[in-house]
Design a protein. Structure first.
Length: 218
């Protein structure tokens, strides 16, 4: 609500930092507005002048995380277009993991949103999961123009495959490496950046490249 944005920037940042910590450390159901306001030193009534309820705050945090991740990708230059689609996909995977390593609390909230008890409607989850489809279709068409991807592959099918992998990779890695999302907040080194995880990335890309690539591109 507008009253939140009327607060001094430092006060806004302090409240949001505490909210991020709360939702990263707890599931949506167990996250507590009372804990947030107590630590922020504000009255609970004041909080409800800033956000309608817990869900309103949570959805605002998800929007903020999306913006942070977009900025992170923009700050890390991708390879040139001439490098090829699979080099670009490797870059996406690498930067995605580095974002989670650099921002473990934000990554944890994102995982909970997709795979936990977050109050996201199925329609919203579908939008989040399929939001990259047009982007991947563009990459596929570019790869076909470069002669890196087989010309007889349907761009929509290939884009679906890439999107399906990216949408579920984080959840798969957590299960494959037997890591609880909460543990990533406290480990000195992010397990998603471990050699075993890197090997999984390479195997996935090898499978995709073998199936979609033209002869001599592997």
């Amino acid at each position: 609500q507008q009253t939140f944005f009327n607060l001094p920037a430092e006060k806004q940042a302090a409240i949001l930092a505490l909210a991020i910590e709360e939702f990263a450390e707890h599931t949506y159901k167990t996250a507590s507005i009372s804990r947030i306001v107590a630590r922020a030193g504000i009255a609970k009534g004041s909080f409800y002048q800033y956000f309608a309820d817990k869900k309103d705050l949570y959805l605002y945090l998800l929007e903020m995380i999306t913006q942070e991740k977009t900025q992170f990708f923009q700050q890390n230059a991708p390879p040139t277009a001439e490098t090829g689609i699979f080099a670009y996909i490797r870059w996406l995977l690498d930067v995605g993991v580095r974002f989670e390593f650099t921002n473990p609390q934000l990554a944890q909230i994102g995982y909970r949103a997709m795979y936990g008890d977050a109050p996201l409607p199925l329609e919203t989850k579908a939008v989040l999961q399929q939001g990259m489809l047009p982007y991947f279709r563009q990459l596929v068409e570019q790869g076909q123009e470069q002669g890196v991807l087989a010309a007889n592959i349907d761009p929509d099918v290939a884009a679906f495959m890439f999107n399906a992998v990216f949408s579920n990779l984080g959840d798969y890695l957590l299960r494959r490496l037997a890591v609880a999302p909460e543990a990533l907040l406290h480990e000195e080194k992010n397990r998603l950046a471990a050699p075993e995880a890197q090997l999984i990335f390479e195997q996935i890309l090898s499978i995709l490249e073998s199936g979609m690539g033209t002869k001599g591109t592997i």
